[in-house]
Write a protein that binds this ligand. Sequence first.
Ligand code: FMN
Length: 185
Amino acid sequence: MIKILGISGSLRARSKNSALLRLIQERSAGVEVTIFHRMGSMPLFNPDVEFGPFEAVLEFRKQIRAADAVIIASPEYAHGVTGVMKNALDWIVGSGELVNKPVAVLNAAPASTHANLALLETLRVMNVPVIPGASLAMPVSRGELDEEKMRNDVTLGDLIDRCVRELAHAVERAEQKRLADLAIG
Ligand SMILES: Cc1cc2nc3c(=O)[nH]c(=O)nc-3n(C[C@H](O)[C@H](O)[C@H](O)COP(=O)(O)O)c2cc1C
């Protein structure tokens, strides 16, 4: 079974991006979706202690290694990537867990385009293949978080299914390529 790790760039209790990941987890039969819950426990990145014994960082790296693909769902703060998300990514620039791992980039507020562009550039330079067909605008309604409304939103459900399907295809393609390369080598 394909394993997907969900990472939210928001620490808010009523985060729409975190709710989006929960909904993906809930409705995706046939793939195993785990959500990383320790984003708020990661210390601020410091290259002097990049490989230090920080539990949340070690767990973050371990869970990415164990996943076949990753879904990043993150809001935009002041036209940039949230500090929480950028900090988490900085911890794995050197250790490289995301290198060559298929990633979908989602944002529960599709009007926020600046942060997505910045995030895509960061992932590009980290050699992370972002899957365009899986990185879809997720039109979560404005206003307060309403998970029940999200759950009953047919359009959102279809987009989620497409995102997971495309991500799973990307994992299968990567695996087929790996096997073909092995056979040639
Ligand atoms: C400090 C701050 C800055 C924000 N800046 C932007 C912004 O530049 N563009 C935008 O579209 N939304 C911005 N927002 C709105 C968030 O994108 C929106 O509240 C989103 O739902 C937050 O994601 P979450 O629900 O997952 O926490 C900002 C919100 C906060 C708290």
